[in-house]
Design a protein around this ligand. Sequence first.
Ligand code: DX5
Ligand code: ZN
Length: 220
Amino acid sequence: MSVLTERHVTPSILASDFANLSAHVREIMDAGCRVIHCDVMDGHFVPPITFGPMVVAALRESLPDEAYLDVHLMIERPERQVAEFAKAGADGITIQVEATPNIAFALSAIRDSGCNAGLVVSPGTPPTHFGENEIDLALIMTVNPGWGGQPFMSNQLDKIKRVRAMLGDATPIEVDGGINPKTAAQCAEAGATWFVAGSAIFGADDPAAAYREIAAAAGC
Ligand code: DX5
Ligand code: ZN
């Protein structure tokens, strides 16, 4: 099985301690985590600004080779930044449908750079683009993009079911936002296979135990 076809809880570093980023991530990897979710925000597509390729490269350098960096770009015109994030060591790059008129071009640029190509829809966006493009991963936002710690939008569960029916079993469906043991189980039931969790893991007293609890609930 490849990393894409396995089920994974993918902790988002957005909620981690940035002063101790590498140690914080390694603590979760020691608990069995392999995929690390990196939320890149530009202050335009979404109001906050987080970090860019330099931080991704530093994280890559500091982690074991088996770490898979799942880079979620919440930036305008992501096609202009693909090469930089690939060079920084991203394994997968996921772009927002709403952020570019050049979706197919951006996805093929990601593939050409050697990364897996992901496409993401925000809660108000229909999932039709998933069926129109060649993708390695479909990401369904279960909160509005831009901030950690928001409540899960249960009205997205039906979208997950529809996308699973549309894509068949081969394509991973990732969910992002408000994921905890309860909502992870609901999303798994609807057909999701990758589960982003930020505050539920890095905000917990024992992040490794929180990781294991969500993984168990999601059937990982
Ligand atoms: C939100 C980001 C998420 C965020 C999730 O725009 O894409 O990955 O870190 O955070 P939680 O798990 O706290 O909802
Ligand atoms: Zn994300």
